[in-house]
Write a protein that binds this ligand. Structure first.
Ligand SMILES: [Zn+2]
Length: 63
């Protein structure tokens, strides 16, 4: 059984919990598009575009 994945509207991180593990925001969205895996935020154009400073899995668009 697959867990539903949510994306934090604040920092775009994926979570399966009811709050974001990173910023503790409860403002989550089940409507998202695209997936970016950031390993090295300092060496990633996507990370710069999305203002990401922590490695992890992020959504490109959050509804
Ligand atoms: Zn967050």
């Amino acid at each position: 059984m697959a867990k539903r994945r949510y994306v934090c509207r604040n920092c775009r991180r994926f979570t399966t919990e009811k709050e974001c593990p990173v910023c503790k925001s409860k403002d989550l969205s089940a409507s998202w598009k695209g997936l970016a895996i950031i390993n090295d935020p300092n060496d990633s154009e996507i990370a710069k575009d999305l203002n990401i400073e922590t490695p992890g899995k992020y959504a490109l668009f959050v509804g």
